[in-house]
Design a protein around this ligand. Structure first.
Ligand SMILES: Nc1ncnc2c1ncn2[C@@H]1O[C@H](COP(=O)(O)OP(=O)(O)OP(=O)(O)O)[C@@H](O)[C@H]1O
Ligand SMILES: [Mg+2]
Length: 470
């Protein structure tokens, strides 16, 4: 009986776990065919997206998330997938492109045409957003659309690619906003301004991390503690062994712990007590960091699969690299160790250059356990980068599929893929440019096009699915 339930859990009959990545040319050159990736419950599907800057790596990942969000459901309760995106930057050019496209389409096609495509309500909201963009007084406050903003950019897909099709209609798609939760830390601008740039279905939440989530190792990294000093010994004792995860309480108990330590070590100290001062200074530093809080609902309590979660590491959040690494680590640990037990669904972790948050000892440990246990927990990692050599080898060898947007920028990467992929040599063509004019031509011809290497077994030339939202 139990077995029957487990089997029934695998796929939702109408929405197979099949993901469209793009259109591939037919082998016999008669036209093109949709190409799907199969995402199964049994496998992790780590993917790497490669390509030069501006050739739509981020866009391709965004489009894939949209497919996963709309087409898949998982587990016994047919849960939505849990998607967590780490967004590295915002893009000033994007809002300008949206504005110009809106104005052009309004002139050429008229208001009714746009209303038909966006719906009355969203059209009005979009028009309001465009007026804000045109207001010089709002410059610097509005117009900073995140790389993964899942809304207004959809208008770019309405541009014509030939006499019959737009980028979206070519794939049978229409513009759509996606439910999104944008999570910011120590925000650098008003939340409602961030909201305007994020589209109609976005919820913006400024949040923190509870002290109780941190262990001593986190504190040591964050505050640069020297592990061999007495004061950090006192903090470690309080924080990890006595589980006093509150700086005020640590201060309150520090003397006692310190005395105990001296007695145990049979040290008699008559000198002024600099170690206690070290504890105090460290705890004060922790308290003054606005990223942390004593209690309340925090980041980890917020992440869920009712919306697409975007962790805003762009200039909207005031964070140091060490803090970003901490947040990244905490989220991955939570997803691996807890979320997978709370909800039976697949998890997708997505971002540009996310390996840079995992470049130390702890990070490497997390990557390898993610690749080891990711499969059983259905945790999938999608990462975009310009070069393979910047990636930890696990990310390359553990990837199921590799997408190339445009072409490869490094001869080393070409060599590596030739060794790794049986038909790469045959299928992949490295374009050459000899004049600035040819570079421009390359750019035009390759944007949104490239190759997909499926299951590390075969390579195909492909036109990637555009983003419905951009
Ligand atoms: N259909 C489209 N029409 C017009 N512009 C588009 C379209 N799709 C994407 N773009 C724009 O192309 C630009 C590059 O796309 P994207 O950010 O995905 O590239 P990237 O490879 O991730 O670049 P980078 O390495 O700089 O992060 C973006 O500013 C995006 O808005
Ligand atoms: Mg990008």
């Amino acid at each position: 009986m139990v077995e029957a339930v487990i089997n029934a859990a695998t796929t939702f009959p109408r929405q197979r776990n099949i993901i469209l990545v793009g259109k591939a040319n037919q082998v016999d050159e008669t036209g093109s065919t949709y190409r799907y990736l199969e995402l199964t419950e049994e496998d992790a599907n780590h993917m790497v997206f490669l390509g030069p800057s501006g050739f739509r790596k981020t866009t391709a990942m965004k489009a894939l998330i949209q497919e996963i969000w709309t087409k898949t459901s998982w587990g016994r309760d047919r849960e939505k997938p849990l998607i967590v995106v780490f967004e590295a930057k915002y893009d000033r050019a994007k809002a300008q492109a949206v504005k110009n496209t809106f104005i052009t389409l309004l002139k050429e096609k008229g208001e009714k045409w746009l209303k038909d495509r966006f719906g009355e309500e969203h059209y009005k909201e979009m028009k309001f957003y465009i007026t804000l963009l045109m207001n010089p007084g709002m410059a610097g406050s509005i117009g900073l659309m995140g790389d993964f903003a899942l809304a207004w950019g959809n208008i770019l897909g309405l541009q014509k690619i030939d006499s019959r099709n737009t980028e979206l209609s070519n794939f049978g798609l229409r513009p759509e906003p996606f439910p999104m939760r944008r999570i910011v830390f120590n925000p650098t601008r008003e939340l409602h301004h961030i909201a305007y740039d994020s589209g109609p279905e976005a919820e913006i939440i400024a949040t923190k991390i509870k002290y109780s989530r941190l262990n001593f190792e986190d504190l040591a990294k964050l505050l640069n503690l020297n592990n061999y000093t007495i004061y950090s010994g006192v903090i470690k004792e309080a924080w990890d062994h006595l589980k006093i995860r509150d700086p005020d309480e640590v201060l309150h108990r520090a003397k006692e712990i310190y005395q105990e330590m001296l007695e145990f070590l049979e040290i008699e100290s008559a000198k002024p007590n600099m170690s206690l001062w070290g504890v105090k200074a460290t705890m004060e530093r922790l308290k003054s960091n606005p990223l942390f809080e004593k209690d309340g609902k925090d980041l980890i309590d917020i992440i869920d699969n009712d919306k697409i979660n975007v962790i805003d590491f762009s200039q909207n959040s005031r964070l140091t690299l060490e803090e970003k690494k901490l947040i990244f680590r905490k989220i991955i640990e939570y997803l691996m160790n807890e979320y997978a037990q709370i909800k039976e669904t697949a998890i997708f972790i997505v971002g540009d250059e996310i390996q840079k948050y995992l470049d130390d000892h702890t990070g490497r440990k997390i990557i390898s356990s993610l690749f080891r246990e990711g499969r059983s927990n259905q945790i999938n990692l999608f990462a975009a980068t310009q070069y393979l050599h910047s990636l930890p080898s696990e990310l390359i060898y553990g990837a199921s599929h590799i997408a190339i947007l445009g072409f490869l920028t490094s001869a080393d990467d070409t060599r590596l893929l030739r060794k790794l992929i049986p038909d790469f040599e045959l299928k992949y063509h490295q374009p050459l440019a000899r004049t600035p004019g040819e570079v421009e031509k390359l750019r035009r011809e390759h944007k949104g096009r490239g190759y997909i290497i499926i299951n590390k077994l075969f390579t195909e030339r492909i036109l990637f699915r555009p983003s419905q939202t951009l």
